[in-house]
Design a protein around this ligand. Sequence first.
Ligand SMILES: C[S@@+](CC[C@H](N)C(=O)[O-])C[C@H]1O[C@@H](n2cnc3c(N)ncnc32)[C@H](O)[C@@H]1O
Length: 465
Amino acid sequence: MPEQPPLEGDWQLEYSGLPDGGPQRWWRSARGIAVSGPPHKLGPELEGRERGAGHPALARVIDTAEGWVVFEPLGPAPQDALAAVSAWPGEARVATGPLLSLIPACRVNVRRALRKLDCSKVDRTLDRPAEATVVEGPSLGGIHGGWLRQAGDRVVCLRFARFTREGRPDVDRAVTAYRAGLAFSDLGLLPHLLEEAILGRDDDAAETAREVFSRLARPEPSTVTVEVSGAPEWLDTSAWTGSRTPAQARRILHAVAGLTVTDHTLAVSVNPPIRKGRAARFEDRGVRRRRLFSRWYEGIRVDDEGLLSLTPEALADELVAGVAGTVLDATCGVGGLAIAAARTGARVVASDVSAQRLELAGSNAAIYDVELDLRRGDATRMVREVAHDVLLLDPPWGGRGYDRESMGLEDLGFDLGDVLAGTSAEVRLKLPRSFRVDELPGGPWTFRGAIDARGVLKFLVATRC
Ligand SMILES: C[S@@+](CC[C@H](N)C(=O)[O-])C[C@H]1O[C@@H](n2cnc3c(N)ncnc32)[C@H](O)[C@@H]1O
């Protein structure tokens, strides 16, 4: 157990839910939130606070002790980080002039920096007449939206070390949006990337700066039309197709073009055409983990294989929607599907050959306040021994290096035919997208694709009623 705050109060240990780079645990009492840290971390934090004094997003410090800071009482993170930042007082105005004059101030010479990065058409682009909405006001210094918290009726930020002075608000707002996976303004993002590329010698930032600048050099239409061809008849492609922003279309191109789905290869066309660019980077580990289990930072436990094969929560919820009676998850792993099924109110028997993973599934279920009837055993035996109305099955596919081009029954971790022969219940089966679905025994089956909010086809679901 970590050390308690050396301050008066009835302190309770809590998981902070903060992104990486910050305390994953803190102490809460009626007085506020206590965070501990070494002087080299707390020092810059307190200096940042002095710089940002009077900022509406400053989380107030109500007490300090050696190695400790106590913030005012804080609530959960706001639902929409960008909206929260945008609500901070600031003034939006339409500005016109050469493009260079609309790029927020930065600590490097923009023209020289772009040349240094070997960008083409630098002068022609920077001198081109342009118009932009510029927002001036308090800003969030390039900080991930996960650092925001509700404090009474305000939204505050817990990381002031990186708060900038006034002067480059649009940059910061844009970068925050970018890191939070929301739409962002290239104009606002560019100076921040140039600073990171030139002053911070960051190669990733340099490459993204080149890409952002090439978009400014050749402006894109505000919307494009996306079409997907080559998909199997049963695959609903509407999550990808239709009118999209160029940024969305780019994400779809990266996620879908050339993808093998069972024995079909998907193609994507975008009209008017856009540059494909690089795949998005900068995804925070905290965001990824909360996609797996939204309550990850409340103490979720996994092992390597369990983590690798965990079904992301939103897709697990879709897969189990409408289950009723007794559900048997015969390959429960650390509980992704089983917990989702139990959250619908169904009775869930969760089994696995791994005693370790069963223990983890039970511990994770407790975090979600649901109960699993845990049994250790082989799926072939469990389907015959446990009476069930619905069978969930998520066979092992062979880990991270599974065959993304073509897979069949022989590539799964157990004899699927034998397991299926042991049940006449409804079956919901998770399969890799490259699985040759025609080979599936014991049908008739219906198929669908499980596509996440980023447009990534994570797996196929075969259902037998
Ligand atoms: C893909 S993972 C399941 C992931 C889980 N559905 C989730 O979302 O968290 C497959 C699990 O099947 C288990 N397993 C492998 N062979 C098995 C067998 N013959 N019978 C039962 N479970 C088995 C593994 O131990 C592993 O935990």
